[in-house]
Design a protein around this ligand. Sequence first.
Ligand code: PLP
Length: 445
Amino acid sequence: MNNQTLLTRSMQSVWHPCTQMKQHETYPLIPIARGDGVWLYDADGKRYLDGVSSWWVNLFGHNNTRIKDAIKQQLDTLEHVMLAGFTHQPVVELSEKLSKLTGLGHAFYASDGASATEIALKMSFHFWRNLYSETQGQPSKTKFISLQNSYHGETLGALGVTDVAIFKDTYAPLLMQSAQMPSPDFRLAETGEIAEAYALRCAEDLEKYVAEHHETLAAFIIEPLVQCAAGMAMYPSVYLRRAREICTKYSVHLIADEIAVGFGRSGTMFACEQANVTPDFMCLSKGITGGYLPLSVVLTRNEIYQAFYHDKVTKAFLHSHSYTGNPLACSAALATLSIFETDDVLQKNRETSDFIWGEMQALNNLPIEHLRRPNLNRSGMIFAFDVITKNPNFSRGCYAAALAQGLLIRPIGNTVYLMPPYTINHEEISYALQASIHAVSKAIK
Ligand SMILES: *Cc1c(COP(=O)(O)O)cnc(C)c1O
């Protein structure tokens, strides 16, 4: 199908996500015919460097031979079988591997991030219910807390702990209530206050709240180290460590939503490792299949699993999705983990991250009045900077200007970020940064 036909037919038949469709009258959809490495190509061969890893899911490039071959092989063996009452090799191997990597004993599967959030919230709530009904009857731990500006997905339960007004406000009457704790995002620190001191101040506020409300609190859900959807809001690991201590002290679950930062994105395999923290639940998705197939998982501690292991059916976690533990998706995840094992990905990423960081310093040459200080930030393979501009349409303008340069980036408000596939090479990095500088210079005016 040629580009124009694809656009017209898409506008007539597809409802695109996170989009005011009418804006496509001025900003046309981008038709993509194929992908290869960090590049996406349209039908005429025009290419775009995928600077956001196709919404943070791609790790090792498009058209990756190893992941592709693993899926093909699985396709010839078993495409799917229901996971209730049945099991298969890919799901067992994946669960064992994830357990080894995280120290969390049991894996519950779904197909997208928001579902993983739902599962973690329900499991936490249900755990306390199971526990209390054995001892003193009435479960009181039914509430959740999250961080200001947090993002945990957009189904109703997940939206209830998300704190992004544009996604949430419309649906407020439908949502469960949750309280938001001050975000340790270092950009919110007082002038002159160092990031760690600010993070500790936020942790004090967290402790105050938890000390007062712990009897009604089931869990604290948090995006470890980087609140990506909040505009790559980064914070020091000391906050996460304190959060773990506080949750342990007051018997509140810690749910680590590593959907965006897991699988090496923040520099370590999982962001929690940087704080030396084991959460009670860990939610994973996005990079888990290298960006190939939808898959998510909630991992949890054996003690929590044991509270559901009972003669009574109602004590069980009676949650399911039709595609739970899909073998094709699991095989893509196994191939992804195998690349981590054989290719020393985390070490290579450190080198790539340092190179990008060095090249990024050129951004300091943008007109000084447009730069927010401290400006450039990174966490592993996430790179971001904030601009100051009077252009209310900066984000869209920058996106469009970058596309014209053959670069796909999607600034969040005034935060421009790059989250490229790990396989990006030096030449592609320079290309991406030059296109970014050009696009930002154009859009800030
Ligand atoms: C993307 C994301 C989600 C939601 O995942 P979906 O697959 O889009 O439903 C949840 N939490 C975080 C931190 C995310 O980045």
